[in-house]
Ligand binder design. Structure first.
Ligand SMILES: Nc1ncnc2c1ncn2[C@@H]1O[C@H](COP(=O)(O)OP(=O)(O)OP(=O)(O)O)[C@@H](O)[C@H]1O
Length: 257
């Protein structure tokens, strides 16, 4: 029995007179790895920005686990179990890999109002807890040996793994990945895919924007295609591969895009 984790109804976003996302109704099933594809400018990143509260929709509704979360802020959505990575990671480059991961968690006691004496003890405990958790997720994404390196000096692929580590600090149920394989060498892509599949087996749901069609066909099911802000295809990877209209209009456009 499948159950939706995320749904949108009539989601739209205008930039001036231009409609980047147009009346989009999506259902993401719990436990799936959904691929979101479409040519450049189709509205995929705008869609992620809407889903994660970074942009307000012009119209429509977003439901997370049956709750209306339309217009919630990114931090509220992160607390509610929705994490995302960016197409181009921007870590704090002079801080270490470990420090970058430690910055991710929310609800740190130090920021709340408690007595100074109690606060010092709690902050100390909490920092130790956060550090231990950060080391654990770094180990999971295979970056533990680079924990003390400046984040600006690791490779593009390692930055993608760092992004995943930051997201995992919040232990989200649903993870949106924006082009995880772009610019990443095959070895690190292989590691990343292995981690995504391991997390998926543990019950996490993924939505992945990816231009690499081999990646999508091998690892995503279902596949949703957007073009000009609208959903133009939804089906299995095999159906996507066999759909002549999709192949011609969208996969072809992407291959040349
Ligand atoms: N902040 C903005 N202001 C104006 N137009 C925007 C803005 N953000 C996106 N757009 C436009 O909306 C359309 C969709 O862009 P979006 O980045 O969502 O597409 P995409 O499918 O993610 O493309 P790509 O595959 O190239 O990343 C594009 O035409 C883009 O120029």
């Amino acid at each position: 029995m499948t159950e939706p984790i995320l749904q949108t109804r009539g989601l739209s976003r205008d930039f001036g007179p231009f409609r980047a996302v147009d009346d989009l109704s999506l259902t993401i099933q719990k436990g799936s790895i959904t691929g979101l594809i479409g040519p450049n400018g189709a509205g995929k990143s705008t869609c992620f920005n809407l889903l994660t509260g970074m942009l307000a929709p012009t119209a429509g509704q977003i439901m997370l686990n049956g709750q209306d979360v339309t217009r919630q802020r990114p931090d509220q959505l992160f607390s509610a179990g929705l994490g995302r990575t960016f197409q181009i990671p921007r870590p704090f480059s002079r801080m270490s890999v470990l420090e970058n991961v430690m910055l991710a968690p929310l609800n740190q006691t130090g920021e709340r109002i408690v007595g100074p004496f109690l606060r010092r003890a709690r902050v100390h405990d909490e920092e130790a807890r956060i550090r231990a958790r950060a080391l654990e997720v770094l180990d999971f994404v295979t970056l533990a040996p680079l924990a003390d390196h400046p984040a600006g000096q690791i490779s593009g692929g390692q930055m993608k793994l760092l992004e995943l580590a930051r997201v995992l600090m919040g232990d989200p149920e649903l993870i949106l990945l924006d082009e995880p394989a772009a610019g990443v060498n095959p070895t690190l892509t292989g590691i990343l895919i292995g981690k995504i599949e391991e997390l998926n087996r543990q019950g996490k749901t993924f939505v992945i924007i990816e231009h690499d069609m081999d990646f999508v066909m091998q690892h995503c099911d279902p596949v949703i295609a957007l073009a000009e802000g609208r959903k133009v295809f939804e089906g299995t990877a095999a159906q996507a591969q066999a759909d002549p209209v999709l192949l011609d209009a969208y996969l072809g456009a992407m291959a040349h895009g």
